[in-house]
Each structure stands twice: as C-alpha cells, then as structure tokens.
Design a protein around this ligand. Structure first.
Ligand code: BYC
Length: 476
C-alpha cells in the first residue's frame, strides 16, 4: 500500500517530491484552484467547521480520515489506486498487450479530449451547487453537500494531475481552462449540457446526485478500463468517493418519498394540493423532476452511433464498465448492435450499427438499468403504504438534445407526437414555473442539530456511526 505524506503542500501518492518540475507546476496551479474555490465554491461557509472525510490512502480498509475542518483548509490530494501487477490491455485492437505508462503520441489528442471533458464536470458541479448551503434541510444534509463539493474538487485535482504529468504545455493550458469555463456562462460554458443546468433547490440536487453522478460512475468505470494505466488508476480511486455521491441522491429521494407518504397518511389523501398544504413534495411533482434530470443525464452518454466512441474503443482509450467480467468479446471487430432511430417520416426504424460505434448506447442501456434500481425501491415504499402511484423513468427518446432523438418530439413513453402536442403537454411532464416556485418556497434552512425540514424524512443513520443530532456543521 502507498503512504501519503500530509506535511507536503500537495498530499499525494505519486512521488511528487521526486519530480520537481511537475511539483512546481502543480504548486503554481494550486493558488488558482483556491481562488476559484473561494469565488465559486461554497465559500459563504468558509468559516464553518465541517465534519468531513479526507482521503488519506488508497487501501480499501482505511482510505479516509474523518474529522472537523474548515473547507478552505481541506487537503485536496492526488491519489492513484495501487497498480495491478502485469496488467494488460483489456479491449480493442491492442487487446492482451501490456498497458501503457505514457500516452502514445498518436492517441494524445483523443486522450486529452476525454480527460478534459471528465475534468470539466468536476468544478462545474461545485459551481452549480454554489448557493445550496443557504437552504439546507438539515445539518446532516449540509455536511453531505460539502463532502460532495470537496470531493469534486479532489476529482478536479485528479484530472489536473494527469494533464500536467502527461500532456506537457498543452496539459497545463487545459488545466487553466478548467478554471476559466463556468457553469451556465454565456461565453464560456462548461462542456456538457447537464453541467450548465442550474441546481437551485435540494430536490434538483438529490436528482442530480442520483442521475448525473451515476453517469459519473459509468464514465469513470469506462476510463478505469483504459490502457493508459495512470488514468485507469486515477479513475479507480475516484470511484471510491463517487459511491457516496450516489448514496446521497438515492437516500435523499427515498427520504422525500417517505415523508410524502407520511403526509398522505396524515391527511388521508394523495391530492397534490392537500400534500402541498402540509409542505411536502407531492409524487407527481417528484416525477416531473425525475423526468427532467433523467432526460438531461441521458445526453451525457453522447450519440447512439459515434465514430468517437468507435475510435476510443478500438484504440484502447475508453472501454466498457467492468469490461473483463461483463463481456465475452473484448475486441468487438465484427459484432453489431441494433438500435431504434427515427425514420425521418414520422416513424421509427431499426438500424444496425457496428458494435464499436454503438458503445455510447451500450453504456446508456446499462446506466438506465442501474437507474431503475432506486425507482423499484421507492415504488415498493409507495405500494407498501397502500397507494398505487408508480414513479417511472421516461423513455430514452424523451426530450433528448444529443443523438438520433435530438429535438424529436415524443411523449414520456417515447411515442412520436406532433410538435404542437409536445409543447402543449410539456408543462405536465417537466417542472413548471409554479412547481419550481413551490419547491423554492420549501427551501427554508434548518440548522438545529437533529432537526429536519418538513418535506424530508430523517436518514436512517448518521455519518460514520455518529448520532443524527451531531453538529455536522458548526456554523460561524
Ligand atoms: N452535452 O460522438 P458524440 C461526472 C459532444 S459525469 C454537450 O455524440 P462521444 C460527474 C461531444 O463532446 C461523467 N455536448 O459523443 C457527475 C462531441 O463534441 P466534440 C463525465 C455533448 O464523443 C456529477 C460531440 O458532441 N465524464 O463525472 O462519443 C458530478 C459529438 O459527440 C454531449 C465523461 O463524460 C452533451 N451531453 O461521447 C461531477 C467522460 N454529449 O468533441 C462529475 C469523458 C456529447 O466533437 N467523455 N457531446 O467537440 C466522454 O467519454 C465523451 O466525451 C462523451 C461523449 C461520452 C461525453
């Protein structure tokens, strides 16, 4: 197991002390990162003491340390999972050859594009959540928000390390740009659509953690298969932290459902008006938020048929999640994949794509199956409470902005409909201005230890075996 020296300016397990040039370059980037954090991170809470976990190693048993810290003093470190001895390339044209410790020159720009795209999402999410702390439903939730924020900051460090260490001057310039683009900025937006969507309330935040962080899981798992070993090891360790982010999303939404069911029982009705009078989130409203964030996150996988995806698979740059255990054919040179696409005449047709070109769709399919797990659980809660309302994921054709279904009007089931009908019915499918106004009205901050806002049930347990009424954040 590698050890981490916390007396270093940038804690790391990559032997930075023995690469003075790289160390200097990263130390030069560090104050810019801190300035960015101060400006666009959760800096209104800079003086609060927050109970946070910090990565201190990569050993599965004891990788994190828990303690109270002010966020600007958080130690953002650089960690690579331990190497796998004699690791070989797991997919594509170079299947079975030794993995690379350097980026092959001919694949440099493809690697850079993916690493920059991955890196861009991390600070983007911190920017999106910039103001949420002011409306937290509890100190427990506030702490989880900040935990996620600091870890997204660390994930940015992870990608910046790879850019600096392996991409020379280009990499340094890209690292600067990661702090120059901003979520929602008209002139310099973040690269991927979802990361420019505002997250102004906690319902959106939990949906984002459930759906968008789950894209993170699938993309990181794909990059963890990469033939470029330092990237694979970096992503493998990032996945350790990512699990908590999805946990926050899944349990957050589950707690909202639980509270709504309690209110439905109290008032003896499932009428949204009656639920709203009690200050809870009615289930149709929740459904509209799910529709919004799920459809946006589906776009993050790219087009169904993509030459980029084919090239990155062929070249061993980006594989499929759990490539070794989930698939038999790791080369995919002759196989194909069937997809349904619009036929351009108002109907749907089947199209067959070479498997390599369809890798985005393979990932998206696996992602959708993973998203369904939470819905099954919440629907079980609803059924057990005696209601026959069912939360559903919309069709993967609904409200798409990328790929074959981009700008094709369909209903939630994916049936093609006319533009006029689509526009008319949309307010019933996505959060309306009045839905958002209502949700906003619920966002009153609750900061008494152990207390929860009226729209969300308490979690089953506290953080790291601490009681629920622990002061997870000491506000100053
Ligand atoms: N919005 O061939 P195409 C996370 C662009 S989340 C805007 O269809 P490709 C996290 C695409 O970039 C995980 N643009 O797709 C979660 C390309 O542009 P260029 C992030 C989009 O290239 C929560 C063009 O359309 N990691 O970690 O096969 C909190 C044609 O592309 C979108 C990654 O994404 C979109 N939705 O695949 C914090 C992994 N979709 O290059 C963090 C790295 C596509 O022609 N990225 N485009 O200018 C990738 O693997 C690929 O870039 C994509 C797209 C899967 C995103």
């Amino acid at each position: 197991m590698s050890t981490i020296d916390y007396s270093e300016k940038i804690p790391n397990n990559v032997d930075l002390a023995n690469d003075r040039t790289l160390q200097r370059a990263l130390e030069h980037w560090q104050p810019r990162f801190l300035e960015w954090w101060k400006e666009l991170g959760p800096n209104d809470f800079a003086n609060s003491q927050v109970y946070l976990r910090t990565a201190v190693g990569v050993d599965a048993q004891g990788w994190a340390h828990y303690g109270t810290v002010k966020m600007p003093d958080y130690r953002w470190g650089i960690f690579l999972a331990d190497p796998i001895a004699d690791r070989t390339i797991g997919f594509g044209d170079s299947f079975g050859q030794r993995v690379w410790q350097q980026v092959p020159g001919e694949f440099r720009s493809q690697f850079r594009r993916l690493i920059v795209t991955q890196g861009d999402t991390e600070p983007a999410s911190v920017e999106q959540q910039h103001r949420l702390g002011h409306t937290c439903p509890s100190l427990y939730d506030l702490r989880n928000l900040f935990q996620i924020n600091v870890e997204e900051g660390r994930h940015l460090w992870a990608m910046v390390y790879i850019l600096h260490a392996y991409f020379g001057r280009d990499g340094r310039e890209e690292a600067e740009e990661l702090l120059a683009r901003h979520s929602g900025d008209v002139d310099k937006p973040r690269i991927l659509g979802t990361f420019n969507e505002p997250i102004e309330d906690w319902l959106s935040f939990f949906c984002f953690c459930y759906f968008t962080d789950r894209d993170g899981k699938f993309q990181l798992k794909s990059l963890a298969e990469s033939s470029f070993d330092p990237l694979a090891r970096t992503c493998r360790f990032m996945l350790t932290e990512e699990a908590h982010h999805m946990f926050v999303g899944e349990t957050g939404l589950g707690r909202i459902v639980r509270r709504t069911l309690e209110v439905m029982k109290e008032v003896g009705s499932d009428n949204p008006e009656a639920i709203r009078r009690q200050g809870a989130v009615d289930l149709p409203l929740l459904q509209r938020y799910l529709n919004y964030w799920f459809s946006s996150s589906l776009d993050l996988f790219g087009s169904e048929v993509s030459s980029n995806a084919a090239t990155t698979f062929a070249n061993g740059i980006k594989g499929r999640p759990d490539e070794t255990t989930q698939y038999q054919d790791h080369v995919c040179a002759d196989s194909s994949f069937e997809i349904e696409v619009p036929d351009g005449k108002g109907g749907v047709m089947k199209d067959t794509s070479p498997m390599r070109n369809a890798m985005n769709e393979v990932l998206r399919d696996a992602y959708i199956r993973d998203c369904e797990i939470g819905l099954k659980r919440w629907n079980m809660q609803i059924k057990r409470a005696g209601y026959n309302f069912e939360l559903k994921l919309p069709s993967n054709r609904f409200r798409r902005a990328i790929g074959a279904w981009a700008n094709i009007p369909t209903d939630l089931e994916g049936r093609l409909i006319g533009r006029e009908e689509y526009d008319r019915r949309m307010p019933g499918w996505l959060p309306s201005a009045s839905d958002r106004g209502y949700v906003k009205s619920l966002m009153q901050r609750v900061v008494e230890p152990g207390k929860m806002a009226a729209w969300i049930a308490p979690p089953e347990r506290g953080v790291n075996n601490l009681p629920l009424d622990y002061a997870y954040v000491q506000l100053n």
